[in-house]
Design a protein around this ligand. Structure first.
Ligand code: FES
Length: 714
């Protein structure tokens, strides 16, 4: 009765006035007769007819509420939490009967699988009165995932592949149509997906799966950022709810790192790494390009071995994470241009000579079967990030995606340290990029006692400037070598060698302790006052650890090791300087060290060595494996693929190989820390001894220098 009176009043008012504002007020008045539904955290709200399901309302308002079964009450992806009571912020009071009662479908689901206290199925709960609905993170498709490492960078979950459950019409003699056509119709009618393609491998099993599922199936639909027709890349009978997975792969010249990622939560379930087996064809990129030039079919050999290595990693991850092979549906690759070509089966010969033309610099999407990736879903999809230039690859693009120098207010230098260093310099107005051939020394290769980062490898080292005695820590033990219990703690691994971060610290410590001069020359025992400096041919080596009398290793830093580190650091510094010249700046505001190895470099030691330009120590940050993170972002969020493709187009590329100033910077950077560039920030924290170990010096001057060194050490 009260409702009838309300509408009569409205009608009278409507005839009395025809103004726009009056109509609007009237509309709100009419709407207010319907319950108000407010969603959190999105804040989206609207009035809806009583009896409308929360899932339907969420779809109308564009609220991110997941569903695989399309509201049939069997997938539980649509879970929501209604809130009751007074909500002044939203202007509503929610009564206990704001939603329809707990129904049989929810009861059945609760009995079988259990619904947490306070949770309802959004497809079953219908609105009865004003209500506030919270959509928990696990029920959102596009949720934000906060990275756990140093620089906080959220990942938006917006994967290309999603699951859809459909019930397909059975075949009918009187209305002949194919099973795929009826599956298409079901997707159109039940999910409003108007057109799909069926991958060839899925066509093979479609009929069997439909019948096995009694005409109900779950399809994995790949729909990326390119506006191409969505493609069915897997089909399961009935409701499949075990999840979809992807691999984020950082394919480096020396190592391959793969991260198995849950495409719903964005979590990395397992990671695995392997040496790149192409190393046997050449340690660095150019030697692999020349292997391809010199050997007919050499490129094919390298393609085969790297694909095999990726397959082994995938197989291992599938076993470790206990997932099914067909659920591994996507891979994102980041790699340098040579790795990029060899992965795709393209001869990299053009990348070995100016003008370093890529077959294509655009991002690419290919099927896993096209890359012979046999240990994952054969219809799965691979996305390869765009390359920036012939020497600056998709790995640099991934670093740009992860570290976003293009969004920085201050001038940031991002260095991804690996066999090749990818260097980005920029801020909101401009970003420059180059790649510098550092070689494998930073990764412990080509170092006399070098080894990969594994238990037993020296990763930290300090040399006392007075006694010239070292103390160190090895991977696998938290104790320093001069601490009680150290021998016991390394009983299983022993001390086996020096890894990349260890060798950088060792060289920098030699310089700080006055055992090595600015030119990188290690002094003799006589000149340095340390018996650890032993003759080694015409030069000297410094002994860090010697167990040779017990048939153990003798771990030293040799003059050749120092030369290898000098070459690597000079290439890195020269690349950074070249970008600074181009940007017309003498200093940068911030340095980000990326790369798996970048995470372990001590910024002080990197600065002593002159790897990076002088900057306040607190302005040197570590970004962990930024290329790997970029790969994971692209895997989880298709909109990030679109954005990096457009960012890459705006990045200016500097080609170090043909830039005459590179050589000049390279030579000046050979000194430790640098021949000409001042390092005022470094000078505030470290006083470097003035020593000179030129072997041509006379006996008298040597003695004088020895005194000076000792004085400095005091
Ligand atoms: Fe599947 Fe609600 S949408 S249970």
């Amino acid at each position: 009765m009260a409702q009838t009176t309300k509408f009569m009043t409205i009608a009278v008012f409507f005839f009395l006035s025809n103004t726009l504002s009056f109509k609007q007020t009237l509309l709100e008045f009419v709407m207010s007769s319907k319950p108000l539904v407010v969603f959190t955290p999105s804040g989206k709200r609207g009035h809806f007819e009583k009896g409308t399901s929360i899932l339907q309302i969420a779809r109308k308002l564009g609220v991110d509420l997941d569903s695989v079964c399309g509201g049939r009450g069997i997938c539980s992806k649509c879970q929501i939490t209604p809130s009751y009571g007074e909500f002044t912020k939203h202007g509503v009071t929610v009564s206990a009967d704001a939603l329809s009662e707990w129904n049989k479908v929810e009861e059945r689901y609760h009995e079988k699988r259990g619904l947490a206290e306070g949770r309802r199925l959004g497809c079953q709960a219908c609105v009865q009165g004003d209500v506030v609905i919270d959509v928990p993170a696990e029920s959102q498709v596009h949720k934000q995932v906060i990275r756990k490492d140093a620089s906080v960078r959220s990942v938006n979950m917006n994967p290309a592949t999603r699951l859809f459950y459909v019930e397909v019409q059975e075949p009918d003699m009187h209305e002949p149509s194919g099973d795929f056509e009826r599956l298409k119709n079901a997707l159109r009618d039940q999910w409003s997906i108007n057109d799909v393609e069926l991958d060839y491998f899925q066509l093979n099993k479609l009929q069997r799966v439909l019948r096995k599922g009694n005409w109900a199936v779950t399809v994995a639909l790949y729909n990326d950022h390119t506006n191409k027709t969505p493609r069915i890349i897997e089909i399961w009978p009935g409701l499949y709810e075990k999840g979809l997975y992807g691999l984020a792969i950082d394919l480096g010249s020396t190592t391959i790192a793969a991260h198995l990622t849950d495409l719903k939560s964005g979590d990395v379930l397992k990671s695995a790494g392997a040496m790149n087996p192409q190393i046997r064809f050449g340690e660095d990129l150019m030697s692999r390009v020349s292997y391809s030039m010199m050997n007919v079919g050499g490129d094919k050999e390298m393609t085969t071995v790297v694909r095999e290595a990726i397959n082994s990693l995938a197989k291992q991850l599938i076993i470790d994470a206990e997932i099914e092979k067909n659920a591994l549906v996507e891979v994102v690759f980041v790699c340098n241009p040579v790795m990029h070509h060899l992965l795709l089966g393209i001869d990299p010969v053009e990348l070995g000579q100016a003008p370093f033309a890529l077959a294509s610099s655009n991002a690419m999407t290919v099927r896993t079967s096209e890359l012979d990736l046999t240990e994952m879903n054969p219809s799965g999809m691979c996305y390869i990030l765009p390359c920036i230039a012939g020497h600056v690859g998709a790995d640099a693009a991934a670093v740009a995606l992860s570290e976003e120098p293009n969004k920085s207010n201050d001038l940031v230098l991002v260095v991804d340290v690996g066999t090749n260093a990818e260097i980005l310099l920029g801020n909101k107005s401009k970003v420059l990029a180059c790649s510098s051939p550092t070689g494998p020394a930073f990764e412990g290769a080509q170092i006399s006692s070098g080894q990969r980062a594994a238990p037993g490898a020296i990763e930290r080292i300090e040399i006392d400037p007075v006694t010239k005695e070292p103390r160190f820590r090895v991977i696998g033990s938290s104790l320093w070598s001069d601490e009680k219990g150290f021998d016991e703690s390394i009983k299983n691994s022993g001390v086996t060698g020096i890894c990349g971060s260890g060798i950088i610290e060792a060289v920098a410590e030699l310089r700080m302790a006055g055992l090595m001069d600015e030119s990188g020359l290690i002094g003799s025992a006589e000149l340095t006052g340390s018996d650890r400096c032993i003759p080694d041919g015409r030069t000297h080596s410094y002994i860090i650890h010697d167990q040779s009398d017990q048939n153990g290793p003798k771990i030293t830093v040799s003059q050749n090791d120092i030369r290898a580190i000098q070459l690597a650091k000079s290439a890195l510094y020269a690349g950074a300087r070249l970008l600074m010249d181009e940007m017309e700046v003498e200093k940068v505001d911030r340095v980000v060290l990326a790369g798996a190895f970048g995470a372990h470099i001590s910024s002080k030691h990197a600065m002593v060595l002159g790897m990076i330009p002088d900057v306040a120590l607190e302005k040197v940050q570590s970004a962990g494996n930024a290329a790997g993170t970029g790969a994971r972002i692209a895997l989880c969020d298709i909109s990030s693929r679109k954005s990096i493709e457009s960012t890459v187009n705006k990045i200016e590329k500097i080609e170090t190989a043909i830039e005459p100033k590179f050589q000049e910077h390279f030579v000046a950077a050979n000194a430790i820390p640098h021949k000409t560039d001042p390092f005022p920030e470094l000078a505030k924290i470290v006083e470097l001894p003035t020593v000179l170990f030129n072997s041509g010096a006379g006996k008298k001057s040597r003695a004088r220098r020895k005194t000076r060194i000792l004085n400095n050490a005091d």
